[in-house]
Design a binder for this molecule. Structure first.
Ligand SMILES: Cc1cc2nc3c(=O)[nH]c(=O)nc-3n(C[C@H](O)[C@H](O)[C@H](O)COP(=O)(O)O)c2cc1C
Length: 340
């Protein structure tokens, strides 16, 4: 539904074949989940954000480098980094260039105190000069597109239009915007009119982001803001089907469990059996959260780190859910079920 045969837009010279993109999400948008979302149509791939301080040494010299792993088929691949010092951001960007990303993105949207409190993430939006210097340096010294992801601003003095123009004037090839301020964090509603205003103000592509949890809302944001693509974060967790334009509720039980199984296999392949299954637990809860499933079954599924046991339990859960779906409502047994 959102994928395109010909490029939907370009980031610098890099073509993007679609208008729906998985958001960068620390703890979620890793290699396995990006692979799943890609199969359903996510058109561009962002790593989880990485602090520039961790990227000054040799590749893979600390755990953060793993966030820059990529699969050969992942294009366009965007490495996202954050920092509060233009020279350090440049040093890190030059250093990670050797891993061959298509694009490097600067996170100017993270609102956590640990990041924004020291002037990184959305903290950068308080320093337009730092934003200008960072993008001037990066676009002068790197031969790949440099992009930025921003919010509306720090507080109600929303300066996204000023920052957007600074980005464009200093060579940025694209801006993604989450329609909230740092103060709002995730509260209230994302302001889509602001996204439309940014799109109007800039000639580089704009990606809109905030509160999309269905294919209809993705299309609505595209239509209402005129943005070049939409980015989907929380609404894609446990719901990669959104990229193919499908509602999770329209899936057959077979399709749901095939997706879950594929994701589990990707996790095990990438992280190994033990770690893969442990890290998969948070995804599994999200896959199953809208289904009525026996509480004990969920507990068992998220307790095992043994693949054979896991897949057996998954099969049982699938069977149980098929029975619940087929049974007339009067015969279902709500007592022993839980929404996870
Ligand atoms: C768990 C989590 C981790 C996130 N990590 C990042 C990150 O690493 N980089 C980034 O730019 N944004 C990050 N975000 C913000 C999302 O990319 C996105 O802007 C935000 O969730 C709003 O979009 P949504 O309403 O579609 O979720 C994160 C959000 C969540 C919920």
């Amino acid at each position: 539904m959102f994928s395109t045969e010909t490029p939907a837009f370009h980031v610098g010279s890099i073509p993007v074949y679609g208008r729906a993109i998985l958001s960068p999400m620390a703890g979620f948008s890793d290699v396995p989940y990006r692979a799943i979302c890609r199969t359903y149509g996510s058109a561009m791939h962002y790593t989880e954000f990485v602090p520039v301080e961790a990227l000054q040494g040799k590749p893979r010299s600390n755990r953060f480098w793993q966030r820059l792993d990529q699969q050969p088929s992942e294009h366009p691949m965007v490495f996202q980094i954050f920092g509060n010092n233009a020279q350090k951001i440049l040093d890190a960007a030059l250093n990670i260039r050797q891993l061959d990303p298509d694009i490097i993105d600067i996170n100017m949207g993270c609102s956590t105190r640990k990041v924004s409190g020291r002037g990184a993430g959305v903290g950068m939006m308080k320093s337009p000069d730092l934003v200008a210097e960072t993008f001037r340096l990066l676009t002068q010294h790197l031969d790949i597109p440099i992009t930025g992801k921003i919010r509306l601003g720090w507080d109600e003095n929303k300066n996204f239009l000023e920052i957007g123009r600074i980005l464009e004037d200093n060579g940025a090839a694209l801006v993604a915007i989450h329609g909230r301020t740092k103060q709002q964090k995730y509260s209230g509603q994302a302001d889509w009119e602001a996204i439309a205003a940014l799109k109007q103000a800039l000639s580089i592509p704009v990606i809109g982001n905030g509160d999309i949890d269905s294919p209809e809302l993705a299309q609505k944001m595209l239509d209402e803001t005129g943005c070049d693509a939409v980015m989907i974060g929380r609404g894609a967790i446990g719901n990669p089907w959104i990229f193919s334009g499908r509602h999770q509720s329209s899936l057959s039980i077979e399709e749901l469990f095939t997706g879950i199984q594929q994701h589990t296999v990707e996790m095990i392949d990438y992280y190994g059996e033990h770690h893969g299954l442990i890290l998969f637990r948070k995804h599994l809860k999200r896959y199953l959260q809208t289904y009525q499933i026996d509480r004990d079954a969920i507990t068992q599924l998220v307790s095992t780190d043994h693949p054979d046991t896991f897949f057996e339990l998954l099969e049982k859960t699938k069977h149980q859910l098929s029975v619940v779906r087929q049974a007339p409502p009067a015969r279902s047994q709500p007592n022993k079920t839980a929404h996870v």
